[in-house]
Write a new protein. Structure first.
Length: 422
């Protein structure tokens, strides 16, 4: 086996202010001492030095077969080291031709005794990955892939023991491929990191925040499309109001299912999320978001039939675009607040500045811009607003934005379990 390019993405919220155990992937022409023997593929606690060139390993994977990449084994730990409860391995991968949604990737992290006997700490697998084509045998063009998973509770690596990373790839692409693993350089960092609960729970919160904003935006688009169909005479108005019907019911049902499934997939939720029950929290949270959207709909899609001109085509378009803009408002307001919380988590802004009333200057500017864009968008779309509208762009944003900002407290709530204290 020659050297190839592989990169596994580490947890995106990793921050030096939160303690963790990290071991970097290296290669040595002269084998180094590891538990139970020696290896040229090793892990240690030193990142690759500046300007060090990328190391590339190459492996051929015949169609329909599985190949293991070199196992990277740590040098012996110098002292007893309790491990954080989650692990993320980071590797960079590419291929001689693009492998589109046809790769099965698995990683296993093991603890090694002083004699090299392995005990699995955690393993994860994902199918349907895509590896990009590298134009220069793995020196560029690789992608970072990361799997985060729980490990055996209460694990401690004792003095002289170690850890090891094994990655396997299965080629389901219909043709033989050459795969590259890139590592041991600042331009292709690869590592194993044991991740504290605080980061995993915070990751769940950022995921859920994104899902919440996306849900409101997408449901408003479902409703706008429905009312557009009513105007064209191809859908009954009853499809556009609870309990919904036809294509609109399918649109909303699919959105509900996907949103609940994605939050439920969080590895660990904070205790303030329905006592740490991700699935229960996801169901309750979607129901709460539904009530906000459905409660706003009678005003957004108000009955203008009693006016002199009824609901004209321009007035109907105003309603539909206002709904879409307000959905986007919800999505973008929560993004402003989520980015603030990310900076707060990393210690880049003082604690508390992201909570209502927001005092972080960057976030205040972000929120101001988001509201201004929506105001302009609504007003441009509503040069002929329905007579049943009492609000213009500024009025709509003033009515909706505080409600959306109020969701943030339940998304980035504190954790009674002490999850945010390492």
């Amino acid at each position: 086996m020659t050297r190839f390019a592989l990169s596994l993405l580490l947890l995106a919220v990793a921050a030096p202010t939160h303690a963790s155990t990290i071991r970097w992937l290296h290669h040595s022409a002269s084998p180094v001492t590891v538990p139970g023997g020696t290896s040229s593929f090793f892990l240690d606690d030193q990142p690759p030095p500046d300007l060090q060139p990328i190391v590339v390993e190459t492996v051929t994977i015949n169609d329909g077969t599985t190949v293991s990449l070199p196992t990277f084994t740590s040098v012996p730990f110098a002292s007893d080291t309790p491990l954080e409860p989650f692990v993320s391995a980071s590797v960079n991968l590419s291929a001689d031709q693009e492998m589109t949604a046809c790769v099965t990737f698995s990683q296993t992290v093991a603890q090694l005794s002083t004699s090299g006997v392995a005990t699995t700490l955690g393993a994860r697998m994902v199918s349907g990955l895509t590896l990009p084509m590298s134009p220069d045998v793995g020196l560029t063009g690789f992608t970072s892939i990361g799997l985060l998973g729980a490990i055996t509770s209460g694990s401690t690596v004792h003095t002289g023991e170690g850890v090891a990373l094994t990655v396997t790839l299965t080629n389901n692409c219909g043709a033989d491929r050459t795969v590259y693993l890139s590592y041991d350089s600042p331009d292709a960092n690869a590592y194993v990191r044991f991740v504290p609960t605080s980061e995993v729970e915070f990751k769940c919160q950022t995921t859920t925040s994104g899902l919440a904003g996306g849900f409101v935006y997408k449901k408003e688009k479902c409703l706008a499309s429905c009312w557009g169909g009513v105007g064209k005479g191809i859908q009954p108005a009853s499809d556009c109001v609870p309990p919904f019907g036809g294509k609109t019911a399918l649109c909303i049902s699919s959105l509900e299912t996907k949103t609940i499934a994605k939050e439920s997939a969080c590895l660990d939720c904070p205790e303030c999320y329905s006592g740490g029950d991700c699935a229960a929290d996801a169901t309750a949270r979607v129901a709460g978001l539904e009530s906000i959207v459905d409660g706003l709909s009678p005003a957004l899609f108000c009955d203008d039939s009693g006016s002199g001109d009824g609901l004209s085509a321009l007035e109907a378009k105003c309603q539909q675009r206002t709904a879409t803009y307000l959905g986007k408002l919800a999505n973008d307001v929560l993004k402003c607040l989520m980015n603030c919380h990310k900076r707060e988590f990393k210690g880049r802004v003082p604690a508390g500045v992201c909570s209502s009333p927001v005092s972080d200057a960057k976030t205040v500017t972000c929120l101001t811009k988001v509201n201004a864009k929506v105001i302009v968008g609504i007003d441009r779309s509503c040069t002929d607003a329905p007579e049943c509208y009492a609000l213009d762009g500024a009025g709509w944003t003033a009515a909706v934005s505080p409600t959306v900002e109020g969701l943030d407290g339940g998304l980035f709530c504190g954790s009674p379990s002490g999850a945010f204290v390492d």
